[in-house]
Design a protein around this ligand. Structure first.
Ligand code: SF4
Length: 182
């Protein structure tokens, strides 16, 4: 649902797309936390399928447990689902920073509950503090979406996105971010 950000009737989307525009992000949609599934099976993909498991504060078991995430989701009604074209790890790293900028801009504009969830593990430090036994010093660290149990596949499909598994992908094409809104 591509909408020119300047003509948008939803101020929150105008803010997000306003931040995203200069980075080529032009797709964001309001979604409802009632549509977002938080499932325990999602963490199986982290634990038995991802090299970041236990190696980052943004990933399980150091991230937000699914039960806690379900409680948090009940304290929000709406969220913003952001789509970005990413062709490389650098693109994805940039996308994470943009999601933070969107969160901050929303907070500046009275959406004080805004909180970003990003794709994949935090990669700000050479070696994450969780491995070196030091606390995370980065206040901009945000949890990985799937690491909280959020089923991003079902959400993307509910928004008619042609999400693909890594095997299906010829090349990385899209990344998804979520900003809990209000
Ligand atoms: S900022 Fe560093 S210590 Fe914090 S989660 Fe990211 S990599 Fe780990």
């Amino acid at each position: 649902m591509k909408i020119p950000y300047t003509h948008h009737e939803d101020p929150e989307l105008a803010i997000v797309l306003g931040v995203g525009k200069e980075h080529g992000i032009d797709e964001a949609m309001i979604t409802y936390t009632s549509k977002i599934d938080v499932k325990d099976w999602v963490l199986l993909k982290c634990k038995y399928g991802c090299g970041n498991y236990g190696k980052s504060y943004s990933c399980p078991p150091n991230s937000i447990p699914t039960e806690e995430m379900r409680k948090i989701m009940r304290e929000y009604k709406r969220a913003i689902f952001v789509v970005s074209k990413t062709k490389s790890p650098e693109d994805q790293k940039k996308f994470k920073k943009i999601l933070l900028d969107m969160e901050k801009e929303l907070i500046k504009n009275e959406f004080y509950k805004a909180f970003a969830l990003v794709p994949c593990a935090c990669d700000r430090c050479e070696i994450c503090g969780t491995i070196e036994g030091r606390p995370c010093s980065n206040k901009d660290n945000r949890p990985c979406i799937e690491g909280t149990g959020i089923d991003i596949f079902s959400l993307a499909k509910k928004h008619k996105k042609n999400i693909q598994t890594l095997k299906q992908m010829k090349e990385a094409s899209e990344s998804y971010g979520l900003i809990l809104l209000d």
